[in-house]
Design a binder for this molecule. Structure first.
Ligand code: ADP
Length: 273
């Protein structure tokens, strides 16, 4: 009977511990939901005026560029750059909370990934040039049509490219390349920047992680870009790898399946029109 009493006492203790654990998990889940809701609301509130500012800048550049002095053009440039940065941040926040809540919707269509990647790379060339960085796009492929979500892919590439620009000093190089191999497409973004120490390489794909060194402390960021990139790549059934050496540079490689969407036409890329 002593044994039975002992067993009962142990079981009671285990049940109590389980109950406390369950209550703790429920409370944690609740606070995560509240945090996600808060982030989504705040991001939306930020996004609306930013989108309006962005369109106004574009209109100003299109319509009144000739009426502006060089000084004014310079200021406009700064406004455009920072609006772009802020919009990317808000979009990342919105995405990361949406995906975290299990809601990522894909609109997969057939795209020529060569054309798409070239035009995304060209869209950030000005930023690279302004920082004194040479940005190039290399491929031996003329055309490669695969099924993917254009917006997702654009977000992945813009995050990798802006990181490469952010963490590379003047005089450095960034090379975007595409290869096809065994039913996959391999896209790399290689930079000659500050690099990431080996023991931090896995961590950078986690939310809110920044490598804390004197270089990255100078650059602003939130540490959600790469976590989002990983989620978006995985949503496209792909994977992402990082190879990096401190003070030498980094290569981010994405492997995507090259399957097409059955029966779909090839889209004219939005970024090209
Ligand atoms: P953020 O750039 O907003 O800090 P990310 O999630 O995009 O957030 O990146 C996480 C961290 O990984 C960065 O803070 C930086 O330390 C490091 N990192 C990312 N890309 C590079 C790169 N191309 N070269 C060097 N370090 C990088």
């Amino acid at each position: 009977t002593e044994q039975v009493m002992l067993d009962n006492a142990v079981k009671y203790q285990q049940d109590e511990l389980l109950k406390v654990e369950r209550e703790k998990n429920a409370a944690l889940e609740n606070s995560i939901n509240i945090k996600d809701e808060f982030l989504t609301t705040i991001s939306h509130e930020f996004k609306t005026p930013l989108t309006v500012i962005n369109s106004a800048i574009q209109a100003m550049e299109l319509i009144c560029k000739d009426d502006l002095s060089d000084k004014a053009k310079n200021f406009l440039n700064k406004i455009r750059q920072n609006t772009f940065r802020q919009l990317r941040l808000v979009n990342n926040l919105l995405d990361v909370t949406k995906i975290g809540a299990g809601g990522i919707k894909l609109n997969k269509r057939n795209h020529d990934i060569i054309l798409l990647t070239r035009s995304i790379t060209e869209s950030v060339n000005l930023y690279a040039l302004q920082k004194g960085i040479k940005l190039s796009f290399v491929t031996s492929l003329k055309k490669k049509v695969i099924g993917l979500d254009e917006e997702n892919y654009e977000r992945i590439m813009l995050n990798l490219l802006s990181n490469a620009i952010k963490y590379t000093s003047s005089g450095g190089k960034i090379e975007v390349s595409i290869k096809a191999r065994k039913g996959n497409v391999i896209i790399s973004v290689k930079d000659t920047g500050f690099g990431i120490p080996r023991d931090k390489q896995e961590m950078v794909f986690e939310r809110f992680t920044q490598v804390d060194n004197s270089f990255t402390r100078q650059a602003e960021g939130t540490g959600i870009g790469l976590a989002l990139v990983k989620m978006l790549v995985e949503a496209l059934d792909g994977c992402i790898h990082l190879k990096s050496r401190e003070y030498k540079g980094s290569v981010f490689t994405i492997i995507l399946p090259s399957a097409k969407v059955e029966g779909g036409d090839v889209c004219i890329n939005r970024t090209n029109t």
